[in-house]
Design a protein around this ligand. Structure first.
Ligand SMILES: [Fe+2]
Length: 291
């Protein structure tokens, strides 16, 4: 999929009007992925440098190396979840018979504004994120369901397993969805998420990010990624972001600040285009990593 940004994890799809609550419950935060043996940040950072160098070396020797390294040791739980057996082909049409349905009629306009889902205003920096969903020929993908989920401004998810001592916001759930228009455009109004700790290693913090999911024409085509924010000092420290080993591919996951999208006295604007295949494709996480 797409062209501008990503790295991440996700959760279950949803389809009805109770979707927001379901989504928030299903969106497991990275803090679920506690590692039994906790090492220090400098050890993780050095592992990241070493694995990137090894990937570079393998590519230099003529080996094909994928955009993301699925068995990426600094991201500890990815090793536990990495497949040890060959993939098995399943019939997607059979899956479609039992999957929930979704469509334009199910999606209310209000669901694209995460600041209007409660009786009061959420705390934090109001922002919009806007972009186009494109194929590798630059053609817009219309009528596609785009979902997001995220932590609040303090870095806390509405999830029973996220109990780190940052405040919940009674006016912010952190989930939204929208369907792309005829130009492949989507737009969300939300609150800029905070960074948050997780348990991959000692003092592990995730850079601020928004999780994105994009559906094709069916659930079996679903792709999940993350958008980050420019200039985050946590980038070189984060194992998830660095599962993508080339800098240019990591750069594609960063939402660009766009002053033309900022609204006077109201919100900061970011642009995040998503390309779903071809050499400019946004990197999407493998299905088993959705968390
Ligand atoms: Fe997250």
């Amino acid at each position: 999929m797409s062209s501008s940004n990503s790295d991440t994890r996700g959760e279950e799809a949803f389809s009805s009007s109770v979707v927001l609550e379901q989504h928030a419950q299903a969106a497991a935060p990275e803090s679920l992925l506690a590692t039994p043996v906790q090492v220090m940040q400098n050890e993780i950072t050095q592992e990241i440098v070493d694995v990137h160098a090894a990937a570079q070396g393998r590519e230099g020797a003529g080996e094909f190396v994928a955009i993301s390294l699925h068995d990426f040791s600094p991201y500890r739980s990815s090793i536990l979840r990495h497949p040890t057996k060959n993939p098995k082909l399943v019939d997607p049409e059979t899956i479609e018979l039992f999957s929930p349905a979704f469509g334009q009629r199910d999606v209310a306009a209000l669901e694209a504004d995460l600041t209007l889902q409660s009786t009061g205003e959420p705390q934090g920096e109001r922002m919009t994120v806007q972009g186009r969903l494109l194929d590798s020929w630059g053609r817009p993908l219309a009528n596609q369901l785009v979902e997001i989920w995220q932590a609040n401004a303090a870095g806390r998810y509405v999830h029973q397993r996220d109990q780190h001592p940052a405040p919940l916001d009674p006016h912010f759930v952190g989930a939204g969805r929208v369907v792309t228009d005829d130009n492949g455009e989507y737009k969300f109004t939300t609150i800029k998420p905070g960074a948050y700790p997780w348990k991959n290693h000692v003092n592990a913090w995730r850079p601020a990010h928004i999780h994105f999911s994009v559906f094709g024409s069916g659930f079996t085509q679903r792709l999940v990624t993350q958008m980050y924010f420019p200039g985050d000092p946590l980038f070189p420290l984060d194992p998830i972001y660095n599962t993508i080993w080339r800098q240019k591919d990591r750069d594609a996951l960063i939402g660009l600040y766009d002053h033309d999208l900022s609204v006077p006295e109201f919100s900061m604007g970011y642009r995040f285009d998503i390309v779903v295949d071809g050499p400019d494709a946004t990197w999407f996480e493998p299905e088993e990593d959705h968390a």
